[in-house]
Design a protein around this ligand. Structure first.
Ligand code: FE2
Length: 432
């Protein structure tokens, strides 16, 4: 069967792709004259001197170099920046939210981003910012790049088309899309509306976790990551170039499409991954491995094993553990957990954690199954069971997630969240 997709596969491979034959220079990056009268431009995603396994760059062969643009002016009223204030002190409370409603007015993907929780900034290359998004309109004659961080987009509802400098990525709920720092793109809707989550990562570039004793295979396999093939548009007109830089939105006029890369090669490019392809590893005897066993991608700090950001999923899977309380146990953690739900029911919670909703449990603050889930799991006959049609995820970080004013004050916040644990009965009967 013919390959139906235009994608190239592998994780951060050194790809080479061209939309017009005989464009890529042979054996060098920047010849005196690039074929077809194109300009050569390097995009570095790491310091030049980063160790080879962390070094990322691509060479782009384009109609106009990126310097051909107007001056930026500040765009103070952009939705992506508004509402990002984080009141202090940060409340230690466990929090949970209902899903973000779809917008009532015309809203594109970038306008639809609402800052929600945050634990770092671009100034010190550390932490992340989580947005919710809801949109119902294409970005028209408007292009965007993010100087502050790479964007991990978790689609929850509605298919999207990301038209980037490197080619086109179409994605649907259950897939994630990663747009590395600095890459220009525009977003079109493939349905009437769309909703999901975005994590803007300021720390180390997301990478596959090491597998240790698991071995060479398992979790997210490198061959399942899909990168676009070269695609370009040769279009002139009056367009807008948006840029997020140092926590502000900037806007510049541009009179040609910046998506004019005819060919590229390198290992720094946008990609997508289908979470349904995740090879879930779990116990086949008793007890729980820690949820780190479900890590798809990780951004590490300089401290070994301590993540700036782990992207972890809880997919459909078999549960076979013997003599084990199967939902997540009660716990208080060093790490800070922001969770979202893509579809289905999460095994430790009743109806309160809905697809499109989210929860927050920061460092050392207790959480675990609600009273009903505890009662069921403590008494159910333990047979092998398939958790079907469920997909939740977690952005886990060593840094405390600070909710924005929007997150704290929105009516979407479930102010009675703690009630789900308060009916846990006392079973202790005292000393015999
Ligand atoms: Fe947790």
């Amino acid at each position: 069967m013919a390959d139906k997709t235009p994608y190239q596969v592998g994780f951060a491979n050194h790809f080479a792709t061209q939309a017009i034959p005989n464009t890529l220079p042979y054996g060098q990056n920047s010849p005196q004259q690039v074929p077809h009268g194109l300009y050569a431009e390097q995009l570095s995603g790491s310091a030049f001197t980063a160790p080879r396994k962390h070094n990322q760059r691509s060479w782009l062969y384009r109609i106009q170099p990126s310097v051909v643009q107007g001056d930026f002016s500040i765009f103070t009223q952009h939705e992506m920046i508004l509402n990002s204030e984080r009141p202090t002190p940060v409340p230690p409370n466990q929090m949970r939210w209902d899903p973000l409603p779809l917008p009532g007015k015309k809203t594109d993907f970038i306008q639809g981003l609402i800052p929600f929780v945050r634990n770092g900034n671009a100034k010190n290359l550390s932490g992340s910012l989580v947005y919710l998004y809801a949109c119902n309109q294409d970005m028209e004659d408007c292009y965007f790049y993010n100087s502050d961080g790479e964007m991990l987009i978790v689609l929850q509802q509605g298919r999207l088309r990301f038209v980037t400098e490197f080619g086109i990525i179409e994605a649907e709920p259950s897939e994630i899309v990663i747009i590395p720092r600095g890459i220009k793109f525009t977003v079109e809707l493939l349905e009437d509306s769309a909703r999901g989550y975005v994590c803007e990562n300021y720390g180390a570039t997301l990478a596959l976790p090491d597998l240790g004793p698991i071995g060479a295979n398992g979790l997210a396999n490198p061959r399942d990551f899909q990168y676009p093939t070269a695609w370009f548009e040769d279009r002139e007109g009056d367009f807008s170039l948006l840029c997020k830089f140092q926590d502000h939105m900037w806007q510049a006029p541009i009179h040609h499409s910046p998506l004019d890369v005819v060919a590229w090669h390198g290992n720094y490019a946008p990609y997508k991954y289908d979470l349904r392809l995740f090879n879930t590893i779990n116990t086949v005897s008793f007890d729980h491995p820690d949820p780190s066993i479900f890590t798809v991608l990780t951004s590490q700090t300089n401290t070994p094993g301590v993540a700036n950001l782990d992207f972890v999923i809880f997919p459909s899977r078999w549960m076979v553990a013997e003599n084990t309380f199967r939902p997540p146990y009660y716990h208080r953690n060093f790490m800070n957990e922001y969770m979202g739900s893509i579809y289905g029911a999460y095994d430790a919670k009743g109806n309160g954690f809905q697809p499109g909703g989210s929860s927050l449990h920061n460092c050392m603050h207790a959480h675990g199954p609600d009273a009903e889930a505890f009662n069921n799991a403590s008494n159910v006959e333990l047979k092998p069971e398939y958790y079907v049609d469920t997909l939740a995820f977690m952005f886990e970080s060593c840094f405390v997630w600070e909710p924005t004013r929007f997150a704290l004050e929105t009516p979407l916040r479930q102010t009675d969240y703690l009630a789900c644990w308060q009916k846990l009965p006392r079973h202790f009967k005292g000393c015999p």
